[in-house]
Design a protein around this ligand. Sequence first.
Ligand code: UDP
Length: 478
Amino acid sequence: METTNLHAAMLCSPGTGHLIPVLELGKRLLTNHFLHVTILVVTTPASSGQAHLLLQTNTGSTQPNIIELPPVDISCLITTTTKVVTQLSIIMREARPAIRSALSNMDPQPTIFVADLFGTESFEIAEELRIPKYTYVPSTAWFTALTSYCPVLDKEIAGQYVDRTEPLRIPGCRPVRPEEVVDPMLDRTDQQYYEYLRMGVELSLFDGILLNTWEDLERKSLEALRGDEILKPPVYAIGPLTKPVEPDSLNTKLLEWLEDQPGESVIFVSFGSGGTLSAEQITELAWGLELSQQRFIWVVRPPIDGHADAAFFKSSDGPDDTNQESNFLPDGFLARTHKVGMVVPMWSPQMRILSHPSVGGFLSHCGWNSTLESLTNGVPIVAWPLYAEQRMNAVVLTEELGVALRTEVLPTKKVVGRREVEKLVRSVMEEGKGMRERAKEVRESGKNALRKGGSSYKSLCELIRDCQNLLNSKDPSK
Ligand code: UDP
């Protein structure tokens, strides 16, 4: 691989699930493709310091340069009903002067700008600097197709999408069932829908789009994205990029317990960095796990009714020792299950757990990072989507890849009862042989994509070459 003098300035919006894929892309550009990399992290009062904390728990010697921008406090610009996508959009807008200043003062000057999906509005700053601009959607090609095509759907379809009986058609892609659209499309009168539409339009203003997926995983959707009906810019599938396994020093008690369990016998239950359940759902999940008689690790957060993404802006990226879970779990649950289960308050070293040979299933909210972490470890899933594009991810896992089972009704529509939880957990753990085999095939296909000469490796090489050509074409001396 030739060395480059390219300097990639990457822009990351707040949220652990956003930070992880940007960090991993930065590390890959630095380590495998020898770029100079600086990551600008937009922070909130709750997330300030998170990027450096994450890097500390990351193994590996080469790390990109991280600049955390001053926290953006939008508390006076929002109300209790302001949705997550609106909040993120306002934060990224308010951060623009700081982003412009950081980019203009960078030394060496950046030669490529890579913004995550919530940073698309900053494309103008890259234009002012006359550098190639890319956007990184750390999710699926199918989701990207919906996002980019939504402005067309907006013109064609009247009324709420969720009231339709027909699925939403996207050229060349699997149709999206109305109840499975992304959160911002659930209510077309909410501001977050307009922010989402704007992002869909802005995607086409970039010189290219990077996706945390790979050719073999989403061949059809990638082909559709590269046709001329959805998106104009080139699409680079560069995944699966996942965070590394956390060091053993994190939560040693839990890892010691895992060591003592038989192979593939433990189901890991966790709802990402932002997911929360209602009190009633926590009770049913607890009973379901107990009735299933399977070994489990459950990352538990206090209940919040009616807001599945309630923890999104809370900084919960470290273990919590307050033991308050005994207040909201069924009476006697901890005592009755202590031989087969571990309850972890708030946060766990997820990659360490999923990569452990004792783990054989994952009950997951299907955030795309969690999904990739499960797939790259060959672990089958009980899909429990809560917010964002997770309902679409659950469809990919169940209907396209055949590596997951899902609840009869979406968990955001109806409480999943204990008997259904029991059945799903048992099915994945006891009868999930076919799913486990397929998950392992997907794991191998992901590994192949990333290795030198694999499709994702080649895609990043192509991106760098295209970028260099763009730079040359902008340089009047060449
Ligand atoms: N995560 C973790 N421990 C936890 C909960 C989450 O390490 O207890 C990590 C998880 O490994 C993943 C990220 O947080 O990398 C969550 O991202 P995802 O896209 O799955 O969901 P989000 O939190 O954005 O909804």
